[in-house]
Design a binder for this molecule. Structure first.
Ligand code: ADP
Length: 494
């Protein structure tokens, strides 16, 4: 990557294009728009169409017509594969442009956005494209006078709602398997981070995804998201976001057509360091990256650090040193390691968590403040809060910002108990040289993923999903495809 190419791209004006419905951009029923501010400098960045229920209905109907006439749903999987592979190539060819566009509205630093957003989106489309003509139905082991076939039938119209932290990566985790399986999709990005996903819709059309098969309606969750989730013509909802919105989606489902809702919600993941970790210096470095990269705005972030009591003081000091060493700044400067907090509202909520934690007796070891205020952007120093108790707000609730809660533990039993002492169950980590302990911890920690002697980095080959109030269902891996198919039995008398 080259700084001058990034600087050229960041200077480009962003022209509003509206919703992407039935293969073309539309201003929408009311023509209303909202102003998106850039977290880099707090300045107006782009006008985004403010969708209405009428726009949602138009997109859902386009998706329904496309699904029913079979232009995509009945296309041979090998042909769908070719189109999606082409889309992956188009994304890869324009990866820097797409990454910079996304950074301008979401604030993730460019090195990470390039890989985790643009290149990861290309890889995701490629992965599901390659998979789709290799998945077979089944022949049931029936008696010889009957033939029982189990088909994978696409579910129909998929409604997808995604958040602002990694819009493209998470959006692709939903769109790619849904399309590969033959469904039509109506996607609602976060109101403050729609730009890169609108670009993907445009590239999908260029790659040959037929009109109506992938639609994007932008606007507010409480309007566009609600209308989508209440639609009688949407067959399933796939969602990543907050627990509060997840609950609402279940209500909308109950009030409409009982559509299945797959929810990837928050986390308060415990990263557990034993005194027999193979390399404590490495553990401290990776643990700091595991919470502070992308300003902690990562659903699987290791936001609770549990440290065995005899190494506690030294380890917390080491993690704090790493926290202070991160270069926080302009996310489009290649030298920055951490970019901006997504919005002023998020930044204020993060600062509020810190002051409440101090009031509850936690000790601020480093950070805790807004920084680089002179830029007008939303930046926060990586923050380490030590001696956080199990009952504290900071132990129990997700910050979704660069704030680490550290708690000591005595032994394995206490570590497992503390790890499981929140309503969440998304991710976790354990650092130990003891193989048996590592396996016991993997079994004992109630989450969808447990990292051992590392934190983060799980690739597309493995599923990501939560238990408890972190949600249900899985993104990534072949398992993600399961929700985009209905099993359909043919029972044939011979
Ligand atoms: P976050 O805290 O990550 O912003 P949200 O759950 O508020 O989490 O947002 C995630 C996505 O859910 C966004 O696209 C947002 O617009 C959407 N959303 C918010 N409220 C609703 C709602 N009532 N119905 C449907 N979607 C919503």
């Amino acid at each position: 990557m080259d700084q001058s190419a990034i600087d050229t791209l960041r200077a480009q004006e962003i022209t509003p294009r509206g919703h992407f419905i039935n293969g073309a951009f539309h201003a929408g029923e009311t023509g209303a728009q909202h102003q998106v501010l850039s977290p880099i400098d707090g300045q107006p960045l782009a006008l985004i169409a403010e969708g209405s229920p009428v726009d949602v209905n138009a997109a859902v109907q386009a998706a329904r017509v496309a699904f029913e006439d079979g232009r995509w749903s009945r296309m041979a999987p090998a042909r769908r594969k070719k189109v999606l592979l082409k889309l992956a190539d188009l994304i890869e060819a324009r990866a820097l442009e797409i990454a910079v566009l996304g950074v301008r509205d979401n604030g993730t630093e460019i090195n990470m956005a390039y890989k985790a957003e643009a290149l990861s989106a290309a890889a995701t489309f490629r992965y599901y494209a390659e998979a789709i003509d290799k998945i077979y139905g089944q022949v049931a082991p029936t008696g010889h006078d009957v033939l029982g076939l189990v088909h994978h039938a696409p579910v129909g119209v998929v409604g997808a709602i995604v958040p602002w932290n990694f819009p493209l990566m998470i959006g692709s985790w939903k769109i790619a398997p849904a399309l590969a399986a033959g469904n039509s999709v109506v996607l609602k990005p976060a109101e403050s981070a729609s730009l890169s996903l609108l670009k993907i819709a445009e590239l999908a059309a260029e790659a040959g995804v037929p009109d109506g098969v992938l639609n994007v309606v932008t606007g507010r969750g409480s309007v566009v998201g609600e209308a989508l989730a209440l639609s009688m013509d949407v067959d399933i909802m796939v969602f990543t976001g907050s627990g509060a919105t997840g609950r609402q989606l279940l209500e909308y489902s109950a009030r409409s057509n009982l559509k299945r809702c797959y929810l990837e919600l928050g986390g308060k993941s415990a990263n557990i360091v034993f005194n027999d970790a193979p390399d404590l210096a490495e553990a401290a470095k990776v643990s700091a990256a595991g919470i502070f990269r992308n300003s902690g705005q990562v659903c699987v972030a290791g936001s609770r650090l549990l440290v065995q009591e005899d190494i506690y003081e030294d380890f917390v000091a080491e993690v704090s040193r790493h926290a202070e060493a991160f270069r926080v700044g302009d996310p489009l400067d290649l030298n920055s390691q951490i970019g901006a907090v997504h919005s002023l509202t998020e930044l204020e909520a993060n600062l509020d968590f810190v002051s409440k934690a101090e009031a509850e007796g936690a000790e601020r070891r480093t950070g805790g403040d807004r920084i680089l205020t002179e830029t007008g952007g939303y930046y926060m120093a990586p923050t380490v809060m030590a001696d956080v108790k199990e009952t504290d707000n900071l132990f129990q609730n997700e910050v979704f910002g660069p704030v680490l809660a550290v708690t000591p533990f005595k032994n394995e039993g206490e570590a497992i108990r503390l790890a499981n002492a929140t309503v969440y169950g998304l991710a976790g980590g354990v650092w130990t040289s003891n193989l048996s302990r590592a396996h016991r911890m993997v079994a004992g920690i109630k989450t969808g993923v447990v990292h051992v002697n590392t934190y983060g980095g799980a690739d597309l080959t493995v599923p990501l999903g939560g238990v408890g109030q972190s949600g249900n269902g899985h993104d990534k891996s072949l398992h993600a495809l399961e929700k985009y198919f209905d099993l359909k039995t043919a029972w044939i008398k011979l």
